[in-house]
Design a protein around this ligand. Structure first.
Ligand code: GAR
Length: 192
């Protein structure tokens, strides 16, 4: 069985969709959810899903290798960033080459980079008058939103769309595709 660790900073609806997708079968499972916010709703979702949750603060994440070492010790096969808003320390990126994936709620390389997350992305897309947006699933390196792209799918942005209505469209795309794409990626990883 392959082991997945999911990082999330907020609501955690993608984390839940991924856990529910995998935790019915035996090929892979979400064994832990990690967050930088103890009050994030994803922590409640983890409890409801009976998945252990780990909360860390900034100094533990950036000044120690505790989290990286935990993931290594647990023999995690794939790290999934699902609405996780902090840049990963290079020790973590280096420990999991081509084994960390992120989802971004726009068509990278447009509307990516520091500060471009969640609602800010959708507001920028609507303000720019884009005819299309979408999702990008990509490998993670030491820079925001720059790793190799694995999958993209687009949706139309209508004149009547607001950041909220676009966010709803994007979330539907995320739930439909992110677990499936993770499934494909994890099948390419040799068991540790
Ligand atoms: C998702 O739309 C995800 O693509 C986005 O945050 C949202 C988290 O929602 N991620 C980023 O913006 C990363 N730059 P969720 O907590 O309900 O899964």
């Amino acid at each position: 069985m392959k082991k997945i660790a999911v990082f999330a900073s907020g609501n955690g609806s993608n984390a839940q969709a991924i856990a529910e997708h995998f935790n019915q079968g035996n090929d892979a499972r979400v064994i832990v959810i990690l967050s930088n916010r103890k009050d994030a709703f994803v922590i409640q979702r983890a409890a409801d899903l009976a998945i252990p949750a780990i909360v860390f603060n900034r100094s533990e994440f950036y000044d120690t290798d505790n989290i990286t070492n935990y993931l290594i010790d647990e023999k995690i096969d794939l790290v999934v960033l699902a609405g996780f808003l902090w840049l990963l320390p290079s020790s973590l990126v280096k420990a999991f080459p081509n084994r960390i994936v992120n989802i971004h709620p726009a068509l990278l390389p447009k509307f990516g980079g520091k500060g471009m997350y969640g609602h800010f992305v959708h507001e920028a897309v609507v303000a720019a008058g884009e005819a299309q947006s979408g999702i990008t699933i990509h490998y993670v390196n030491e820079h925001y939103d720059e790793g190799q792209i694995i999958f993209q799918v687009h949706c139309n942005v209508d004149h009547s769309d607001t950041a909220d209505s676009l966010a709803a469209k994007i979330h539907e795309l995320e739930y439909a595709h992110f677990p499936r794409v993770i499934d494909e990626v994890i099948k390419t990883i040799d068991p540790t």
